[in-house]
Ligand binder design. Structure first.
Ligand SMILES: *Cc1c(COP(=O)(O)O)cnc(C)c1O
Length: 490
């Protein structure tokens, strides 16, 4: 590499471009510290094996230059979208009226389901001035994000502290004449349990409001589980009152990131999702999604993986995942010092030590190479370790179980609870808009990198009220994301 090719702090880019190999090698070096998806990572990845990844990659590359902004120029978009939406609709109990849209992620599907409900119910009733949505505390955070983006009020519904399912009576009591949407999860991300969707459907029909079933993580798996004999409570379009369903293809359909599907019961409902603008000087736009220009790559990869695996391929993968899940639940619940929260309906679950600290357990497992997702407590849901099981986990099941039980047995209760003084100090600092760097550094956060052992930091985060935690997280992430060249000259 010549010296001219090395970027310095005054330059935007290297003066002379790098070679193909140099650019790609430099990129790969940057990625060298990223999480490697293997069987020892029990959350945040959906690995169906190298052969599936290879199919996805080939399809991704072949379609990455195609732009979904104008499907009339790329008719393949229309066909791929209709094929994939059709497969999702049939899979989830749709009929000849069911329609849908491919979006870029679960969050976008959720955002659009909320916008659709707001505009649809408004078009049907003339008294909606301050629209609200009524959703369980287990519903994905993206619904609250949607409420903030689109100006809706959020009314949170309690859950049963044992089953972690939504309390439908509480939901019924909280619906009012400004409610446009209620939400159920199939299943919830944290605990993997399906809400009472049938009862929610009755509420939606009674109040003539939308019911969105968030099957982002479960929608592709659950119907297949039924096919090999697992009992799955009703959750899809077979249930009366369901208006829309979201299903992420970049999770358990094993497509690469960037593809989800939002289904509507009929075209009248979907109408409120669309946006068109012809009142400007450029090309007229008509968008079903939030994005304008969008790559065809994720959709093409989803299509290719779905056709590559076929029904039998998915069933084989999901059977292995379910076996792992059952084995894990049984072993953990039989052990003395760790338990599964609720009864998971699919290969997702929350586990926690019964004496000792969940964050400490996560650290101990991490030190042995086992990744789990440490999760804060909220309401009746205690701090826990979240697991998302994929086919790559199966061969490691016995080793993982042994490690969890061993480390849970070795836990000692934390010496001290987080003291009020620390909490007050953090709140004060945040309110005064003072630089948090010294505080973060005192918890082991050094120049943006998180410490190896997160338990102390996590315990403090867990002790904060959720608003303070939100502010702290935003501050921390703003701190992480500072332009490279500016940072070099600072
Ligand atoms: C993952 C998930 C989402 C959000 O999906 P993203 O693709 O991460 O935006 C929404 N709901 C549930 C239940 C999920 O599991």
């Amino acid at each position: 590499m010549t010296t001219q090719s090395t970027p310095n702090s005054h330059q935007t880019l290297p003066t002379q471009g790098l070679s193909h190999t140099q650019a790609i090698d430099a990129l790969k070096a940057i990625g060298a510290n990223d999480m490697v998806p293997d069987g020892k990572k029990w959350a945040m990845k959906y690995d169906a094996g190298q052969d599936v990844t290879d199919v996805a990659e080939a399809a991704f590359v072949a379609f990455m230059g195609k732009n979904g902004l104008d499907p009339t120029l790329y008719p393949s978009f229309q066909q791929l979208e209709n094929d994939v939406v059709g497969a999702c609709a049939r899979h989830l109990g749709g009929d000849e009226h069911t329609v849908g849209t491919i979006t870029s992620c679960g969050t976008e599907s959720v955002l659009l389901s909320v916008k659709t409900a707001r505009d649809h119910v408004r078009s049907q009733k003339d008294n909606i001035h301050t629209p609200n949505m009524v959703l369980p505390i287990t519903a994905h955070a993206s619904f609250q994000k949607a409420a903030q983006y689109f100006g809706l009020e959020v009314i949170l519904v309690d859950i049963d502290p044992v089953t972690m399912r939504a309390d439908v009576e509480d939901m019924a009591a909280k619906i009012n004449d400004q409610t446009v949407l209620i939400v159920g999860s199939a299943p919830s991300y944290a605990h993997g349990v399906i809400d009472p969707i049938e009862e929610m459907g009755q509420l939606a029909l009674k109040h003539q409001i939308n019911l969105h079933v968030d099957a982002c993580i479960g929608g592709w798996v659950l119907p297949f589980q039924r096919k090999f004999g697992v009992e799955v409570p009703p959750f899809d379009f077979h249930v009366d009152g369901v208006s829309s369903i979201s299903v992420d293809l970049h999770k358990y359909a094993f497509a690469p990131k960037g593809v989800s599907c939002l289904l509507h019961k009929n075209d009248l409902l979907r109408q409120s999702q669309y946006y068109a603008c012809a009142s400007w000087t450029g090309y007229s736009i008509v968008n079903a999604t939030m994005m304008g220009s969008k790559s065809g790559a994720p959709l093409a990869a989803a299509w290719a993986v779905m056709h590559y695996l076929g029904e039998e391929g998915y069933i084989e993968k999901f059977k292995a995942m379910w076996q792992t899940t059952c084995k894990l639940i049984e072993a953990i619940n039989a052990s003395e010092h760790v338990e599964v929260i609720g009864q998971p309906n699919m290969p997702l679950m929350a586990i926690r030590p019964t004496h000792g600290d969940a964050f400490e357990l996560a650290d101990r497992l991490n030190a042995r190479g086992w990744f789990t997702q440490a999760t804060f407590g909220y309401g009746p849901s205690p701090a826990h370790l979240h697991l998302t099981i994929d086919p790559a986990c199966s061969p490691f099941t016995d080793d993982f179980i042994a490690a969890v039980i061993e480390e849970a047995n070795a836990l000692t209760p934390p010496e001290e609870q987080v003291d009020d003084q620390t909490i007050h100090m953090i709140k004060d600092l945040l309110q005064q808009d003072i630089d948090l760097t010294p505080v973060l550094e005192s918890f082991g956060v050094q120049s943006g990198a998180l410490p190896q052992d997160m338990a102390d930091l996590n315990r403090i985060m867990d002790a904060l009220d959720s608003q303070t935690r939100e502010t702290l997280l935003k501050t921390f992430f703003q701190h992480l994301f500072q332009p490279s060249t500016l940072a070099a000259t600072r």
